[in-house]
Design a protein around this ligand. Structure first.
Ligand code: BTN
Length: 261
């Protein structure tokens, strides 16, 4: 049962887990709780979401009984500019948590998708609350993972793009075990957020590097090769005329993934 997550008895976040059968969005509630003063390590977990949100205004399909939908409040107490790497670092921590729980390691598509093979397993949505002077009041990191879906259980519009941990592992998945692994890994991240290790490890987990990509931004679509990820999470791309740019936002498609040929 997702409502009964077993963390080690002395886990500092163990008493801060709030479970709800259904919510609009765990990120939305976590932001409200953070604004009211909830401490670092407050975890909002939902059995389903009616308004799960993804990046770029997208929705995140969040049906009951098959997914993991959780948000965690962090209070790093630094300037927002020092948190540019946060979503990437969370990605590595989530991979650690899944690996600890299941023995399989997902990979990451820059910047915030969890992937298995050519398909999307889940995603990360980071939202910040700032003080008037620009310092971070709180960061809410929201994680959605498809866990128990079997073939034919995704909606038609994402069927060819999506996969689940169950399909990846070839066996049933205990979502509470995955949640415990992810929460434990996030607590470790919170204690070492500014270690360069996270971004070094991101390079190893990131499937985007070395790939031909399409970069979709307001100013159109451009093609290039993804070279590396910088310490601040920006993607360095080489374009056909040989020049390189560091890309900090936008949507990147990788040839061969998510149906992009
Ligand atoms: C993406 O794929 O763009 C990010 C998806 C993030 C989804 C998670 S589910 C838990 C948390 N609550 C939300 O509303 N969104 C995140």
């Amino acid at each position: 049962m997702l409502r009964n997550i077993t963390l080690p008895q002395d886990h500092p976040w163990g008493s801060r887990i709030r479970y709800y059968d259904t919510l609009g969005s765990t990120n939305t509630l976590a932001k409200e709780l953070a604004a009211q003063g909830a401490p670092e390590g407050t975890v909002v977990l939902a059995g389903s979401q009616t308004g799960g949100r993804g990046r770029m205004g997208r929705s995140f399909h969040s049906p009951e009984a098959v997914g993991l939908y959780l948000s965690v409040i962090l209070r790093p107490g630094c300037a927002a500019a020092r948190l540019m790497h946060l979503t990437c670092a969370v990605g590595v921590a989530v991979c650690d948590g899944v690996e600890a729980a299941l023995g399989l390691r997902p990979r990451l598509k820059w910047a915030n998708d969890l992937v298995w093979g050519q398909r999307k397993l889940g995603g990360i949505l980071t939202e910040l609350g700032l003080h008037a002077d620009g310092r971070v009041d709180y960061a809410v990191v929201g994680i959605g993972i498809n866990c128990c879906q079997k073939e034919g259980q995704f909606p038609a519009d994402i069927e060819v793009l999506a996969t689940s941990l169950s399909l990846a592992a070839g066996q049933d998945i205990d979502r509470a075990k995955v949640a415990a692994g992810v929460i434990t890994a996030l607590e470790k991240l919170a204690g070492s957020l500014f270690s360069p290790d996270w971004m070094e490890r991101y390079q190893a987990d990131c499937v985007t590097l070395g790939q031909d990509i399409s970069l979709v931004r307001g100013d159109g679509i451009r093609h290039g090769k993804a070279l590396c990820v910088e310490a601040d999470g920006a993607l360095t791309v080489r374009f056909p005329d040989g020049h390189t740019e560091q890309v900090a936002s936008g949507e990147v498609s990788i040839r061969g993934m998510y149906g992009y040929i």
